[in-house]
Design a binder for this molecule. Structure first.
Ligand code: URA
Length: 458
């Protein structure tokens, strides 16, 4: 990558004359639950990137980490080693605070779309280097590509211009940030070592710290649609990432949020863009608005703007104005009609009763089968494919009432999706009180205040 004000090249490590450690020794240490030292961790990551430590050895080490865990200092050293494998970015020249956000991913999670222009409308730089869908969870870039003409890949110069002129930018992450993570992630994906807190935390935070923002807000999800379904695991992940941020001097706050049920009504791509635009126009589903505002308040706090009122910016069109300019600056037409499904079905209630659950995972996998996600890496996705969730847990329904609207552009995929979606919504007789979306707020200092609020009644 060429030198640029935003990026610094990685320190080039040449191969040592004699390798200072031995991979088998490190694997054995970790297998016996011993801690690895900073030089050992820095070496093994670098030697893996260089190809000296082979994938078989790294896989064994990852499995030992998955089973035996890591100490806080080891997770920090692993994160730093991954950062050192690539370039870092620096937004200090922008003359405004740069605040980043990351979600661990979920079903119907389109929050980045309204959130970035909303926070940017307050003069904050929001660089969102985003990814594509992973399994049953959607990807921000896939959603935005439903907008005719919009392109995810932009140059560093275009990114800088967008941050200066508009404040917000959502684009594809280049391969220069933490390349060791990309190599490790590909190995974890095929060795059953994805769902380990030390590995997830270091993977996410290496990229976020390398991005060089002034502050970071994390949306860490639990529930059936999340990476780590158990709330306790998600909490441990959130606390680990917040500590990693603090250790690296990156002010980090995490919200722990519920992903038992899909977020909002729309699950898919084009339909999630439509719902995001509704939110930017001052409407949209209550849970999407609530989470967008909670995250916006955290980001504005970190930007030193605790009195900013993001609710007003949704109401009065300021956020929508930034959105339109952001889309146009990446070749998209914010007024173009979005693609519509050619195949449509409605899933109806089979009996009278109360909605007990709308399991996010089942809805997410159903939408993925319809074509909203990829079956193989790089495969095209169907932007029309998706589900409109018409009911929430606790709603009373009558037999025959619509529960889900299902759409895609292929009859075969419709049949595959419906196999799962027909039985997705559980109806019973018990009263159900749906819990809050934001269940906790985690900071490095352990400071407590109501999630998403500022303790000032707003
Ligand atoms: N996202 C990442 O970037 N890394 C992980 O390990 C999991 C989710």
């Amino acid at each position: 990558m060429s030198a640029h004000p935003f990026t610094s090249e990685p320190v080039s490590e040449s191969r040592p004359a004699v390798e200072p450690f031995d991979a088998v020794e490190l694997i054995t240490k970790k297998r016996h639950r011993q801690s690895l030292s900073q030089p050992e961790i820095a070496w093994v990551v670098d030697a893996f990137v260089r190809g000296y430590v082979v994938p078989e050895q790294m896989s064994a080490l990852l499995m030992a980490i998955q089973i035996q865990g890591m100490e806080r200092t080891e997770i920090r050293d692993l994160t730093m080693a991954m950062i050192a494998s690539g370039e870092t970015m620096d937004f200090t020249g922008l003359g405004k605070p740069a605040i980043d956000k990351h979600s661990t991913g979920g079903v119907g999670d389109k929050i980045t779309l309204p959130l970035v222009p909303l926070v940017a409308s307050f003069g904050v730089a929001v660089p969102q280097l985003s990814g594509r869908g992973l399994g049953h969870t959607g990807g921000t870039l896939d959603k935005l590509e439903a907008i005719p003409g919009w392109r995810a890949n932009i140059t560093n110069e275009e990114m800088e211009r967008a941050l200066v002129e508009l404040g917000g930018v959502i684009c594809a992450a280049g391969s220069g940030l933490a390349p060791a993570d990309q190599k490790l992630y590909a190995l974890r994906d095929v060795t059953g070592t994805v769902a380990a807190v030390p590995l997830i935390a270091s993977s996410i935070m290496s990229k976020k710290i390398a991005e060089g923002a002034n502050g970071l807000v994390l949306d860490v999800k639990f529930g059936s649609g999340a990476f780590l379904p158990a709330e306790a695991d998600a909490r441990e992940l959130a606390e680990t990432m917040v500590r990693l941020g603090a250790d690296a001097g990156l002010a980090t706050t995490a919200l722990l949020t519920n992903m038992e049920r899909p977020l909002g009504r729309a699950v898919g791509n084009a339909n999630e863009v439509r719902e995001s635009v509704e939110v930017l126009a001052g409407g949209g589903p209550a849970d999407v608005i609530e989470l967008t505002l909670a995250l916006a308040r955290e980001m504005l706090d970190l930007a030193g703007k605790p009195d900013a009122d993001p609710e007003a910016a949704l109401r009065d069109g300021r956020a929508m104005d930034v959105w339109r300019r952001m889309i146009a600056s990446q070749g998209g037409d914010p007024d173009a009609p979005l693609v519509e499904a050619t195949e449509r079905e409605i899933v109806r209630a089979e009996r009278d009763g109360i909605v007990q659950a709308v399991p996010a995972r089942q809805i997410g996998v159903g939408a993925w089968r319809l074509g909203a996600g990829r079956a193989t890496p790089g495969a095209p996705i169907d932007h029309t494919a998706g589900v409109e969730v018409l009911v929430r847990p606790g709603d009373r329904v009558r037999a025959g009432e619509p529960l889900l609207e299902v759409g895609c552009d292929h009859p075969g995929r419709m049949a595959r999706g419906l196999e799962l979606l027909r039985s997705a919504v559980e109806i019973g007789d018990a009263e159900v009180i749906a819990g809050p979306i934001v269940v906790d707020r985690i900071t490095a200092t352990g400071e407590s205040r109501p999630p998403g609020g500022r303790g000032n009644g707003r």
